[in-house]
Design a protein around this ligand. Structure first.
Ligand code: FBP
Length: 567
């Protein structure tokens, strides 16, 4: 039964129509309605009197001298931890003015981070104001915001999406843009700003923190680790939010496709999964579902595999399965795969140069600029892939991997390979590929219990860090394999996660993407089992995300394996 949104407010508050949000006109399902009042447990340290203590001085992930030059005010500052304060009652702080922004792609749980910040301010800094910048960092630059109230926030609690304030991919980069950001925080008299984003956005958060500090401005900046890709992590930040939910959604869909494959017995499903460069999502989905083939970009790169060898590897599995009487299967491909194949990398690099400096004419004169080996590779690629490789680059000059249909390309290439094998009697079945791209479907699902709770704690912790005057830290919640009551809360110095890259003759700070480690526990577990999954049908169908019941709080394998809590 669908329930009109107006009824949401019967248990939520007394909003005046003016303060209603974009969700006012929407209709909620029973599950959505039930999730609104899902209780969110807090780590014990946040429920009792606590104080914020500093850890040892921090360093940098690489090139410390360069990072020190780029962040003269913040470099070396300690991380912070919230610890029980046995000396007394919960300290009430003065009211604060805080801004919050969502940056980059959607990830389940973003609304709960904002709810966490909001509730912290309500509970500990009465009379505070929380401004939500609309549409990502552009909202800061253009000073476009909404004042968040209990009624405004309520319909978004435990719900997917970023539509409470929406997101964007603009960057605050140029001196003019920094100036605009300064003007906004001065105009709103902000004590603090929370940037909820991925590696680039948190790098940007640190630059803003440095800029404000260097000008003796009072605005502090705290980051929060967001991205379904799972590639923003370090010892203190064990996982980015959204990864858990997105993987569970994709794993459900993969499990369904597996049963379809087994039922019809005639299709090979090639499933491309989001995750940009890193293959964490693909690896986690493999651990959850046991597909016949899983390509891991980082391994393909380490082994310097070619398109031909990837194709042969898949064709070999198809042939072995045919011998066993299975003319069907499921193959997982990370969306960044294409960018990991050294020969394709070379082709992309040459195309980037051509696209940046030449007119790409219909007659194809520009192709003469490609080296012979790249031209040869370009010509054997399916037409659609050639066109996708020529599409507009993202603001960082990278190919937009989400737009390249690698799964379709591999189907065509495997088909050609199998035809050749047919001619020499090595294969005698009919190969039928079905292509899928699971990407956007996983970014706005209702957050799993883990993501809902984790995000709320990240937001609550960010509030505590701002109240205690911290800046340039990323909200960090740890000990995640333990019950929530034992989770740790604190902040990690953003400069400690930074390295530099040389771009256009200058050092540029970057938080290094955490890629799949081939000697890490998740990959090792997968590698030890993939041979069996290829030939025998060990498909697992995890089913939809559970919000109640015995497995509702189950956490993804990657996190548990990395924390040593699963073997
Ligand atoms: P973030 O890195 O901003 O979290 O975005 C992740 C992601 O979902 C990638 O997995 C995907 O490649 C990309 O965004 C798609 O971008 P867009 O939303 O611009 O199509």
């Amino acid at each position: 039964m669908a329930v009109a949104a107006a009824s949401l407010f019967t248990n939520g508050g007394t909003a005046s129509p003016k303060s209603f949000t974009s969700r006012y006109a929407s209709v909620y399902s029973e599950v959505q309605n039930n999730r609104l009042d899902h209780p969110l447990p807090l780590p014990s340290v946040l429920k009792n009197p606590f104080k914020v203590v500093d850890g040892p001085a921090s360093y940098a992930a690489g090139h410390p001298e360069e990072i020190a030059k780029l962040f003269p005010c913040l470099f070396g500052q300690p991380s912070a931890a919230l610890v029980p304060d046995d000396s007394g009652d919960i300290a009430m702080g003065q009211s604060l003015k805080i801004g919050v922004v969502l940056s980059g792609g959607q990830a389940p749980g973003g609304h709960n981070v904002i709810s966490g910040i909001f509730d912290y301010l309500q509970n500990y800094c009465k009379g505070s104001t929380l401004y939500g910048f609309r549409g990502g960092p552009a909202g800061i630059m253009k000073c476009k915001y909404v004042v968040l109230t209990p009624e405004y926030i309520y319909p978004y609690r435990n719900q997917g999406g970023f539509d409470m304030i929406c997101s964007g991919r603009d960057k605050i980069e140029t001196p003019e843009q920094f100036k605009q950001a300064e003007e906004t925080v001065k105009k709103l008299d902000l004590d603090g700003l929370v940037v909820i984003g991925g590696d680039d956005s948190n790098t940007n958060a640190c630059l803003l923190a440095e800029n404000f500090r260097s000008k003796n401005m009072k605005t502090r900046v705290i980051g929060c680790p967001k991205t379904i890709d799972g590639d923003l992590k370090c010892k203190e930040v064990p996982v980015s939010f959204g990864f858990d939910t997105a993987c569970k959604i994709y794993a459900e869909m993969i499990g369904n496709v597996m049963i379809d494959a087994r039922s019809s017995g005639k299709y090979y499903h090639f499933v491309r999964l989001m995750g940009r460069a890193a293959s964490h999502i693909t690896l986690e989905c493999a651990l959850q579902t046991h597909p016949n083939v899983t390509m891991i970009g980082e391994e393909v790169f380490a082994k310097k595999q070619t398109l031909k060898s990837v194709t042969s590897y898949i064709a070999d599995v198809v042939c072995k399965r045919a011998d066993l009487g299975y003319n069907y299967g499921v193959i997982l491909i990370p969306e960044g795969l294409i960018d990991f194949i050294p020969e394709v990398q070379q082709l992309i690099a040459e195309l980037n140069e051509i696209l940046a400096h030449d007119v790409v004419d219909e007659a194809g004169v520009w192709k003469k600029k490609l080296t012979p080996q790249c031209l040869q590779l370009f010509e054997i690629l399916p037409q659609a892939i050639r066109e996708q490789l020529m599409l507009e680059r993202d603001p960082h000059g990278n190919v937009q991997v989400a737009k390249i249909e690698t799964e379709k390309m591999l189907i065509q290439m495997v088909e050609t390979k199998l035809d050749q094998r047919k001619q020499i009697g090595q294969y005698n079945c009919e190969f039928k590929g079905q292509s899928h791209f699971f990407g956007y479907e996983g970014r706005c699902g209702m957050p799993s219990n883990f993501d809902a709770t984790y995000c709320y704690a990240l937001g609550y912790g960010a509030g505590a860090l701002l109240q205690s005057g911290k800046t340039g830290l990323i909200s960090s919640v740890g000990n995640l394999a333990a019950p929530v009551s034992e989770w740790t809360v604190g902040g990690t110095a953003l400069t400690a996660m930074m390295d530099v890259e040389r771009r256009h003759g200058k050092y540029k700070p970057v938080i290094k993407k955490a890629m799949v480690e081939l000697d890490g526990a998740p990959f090792k577990k997968f590698a030890s089992m993939r041979g069996e999954w290829a030939i025998k049908n060990r498909y697992l169908s995890p089913g939809p995300i559970q919000f109640v019941g015995p497995i509702a709080d189950k956490v993804n394998h990657t996190l548990l394996l990395e924390l040593g809590a699963e073997s």
